[in-house]
Design a protein around this ligand. Sequence first.
Ligand code: HPA
Length: 272
Amino acid sequence: MKLSEKIQQTKEYLLSKIDQCPSIGLVLGSGLGILAEEIENPITIPYDVIPHFPASTVAGHKGQIVIGDLKGKRVIAMQGRFHYYEGHALEAVTYPIRVMKAIGVKQIIVTNAAGGINSTFKPGDLMIIQDHLNLTSQNPLVGPNEEEFGERFPDMSEAYSQKLIALTKEVAAKEKIKVVEGVYAGVIGPSYETPAEIKFLDRIGADAVGMSTVPEVIVARHSGLEVLGISCISNMAAGISEHSLTHDEVMETTEKIKAEFLQLVKEVIVVM
Ligand code: HPA
């Protein structure tokens, strides 16, 4: 079955469950799914009942879509995302982004937990993603291009919307939430990096590193969606951190920062 036919079936299924289409999509990373709990009048649909949706496997990810109202806007949130390291094809990893586009989403906020490389960062910082480095050696657009989705060679010179970045900085200043900005290096994982790899990433201009987001943003831009990216710096990266890295540390830091994260994203949604 062609990708466009699958998307059509998923779209029909979702539209049969809702009466109003969302305009904003939220992709919630490790430990950040809590935002979906604030959605009012929620319609919650587990991934495993949605036609053609893959199943999520990683700890800290719930695996469901929540559609409803947040700060007066109609949103669709993914509580838990699909990662390449789980064994999913990139078509599956990015499938929800295509579905969001199909049901009327115009702007997405992608969030993640990331390791801090920039030495001025601290665990618990919220980083607005200025740009990314695709270090996965993969691209979700490899293969025949379905023109109805987007062009063969999409421009990536403003992968992350400068307008949304400016809005987010204004909101952060107004709400007195500390934010930093930087370049997100997307790797495959699932092993964390070696100290030598982190030194390399630092030299090529990365401020943070993580195992998601890049494929989703490429597909979002291919689809013409406006993107805002926010990383929660959950730990300092290997060799910068004095201790070994664990997923528990990632989850603990995101737990600590979640109130500010929630406040920032919600206030940004108001002005989007
Ligand atoms: N490296 C890669 N991915 C991550 C990290 C890290 O240090 N922390 C959270 N996600």
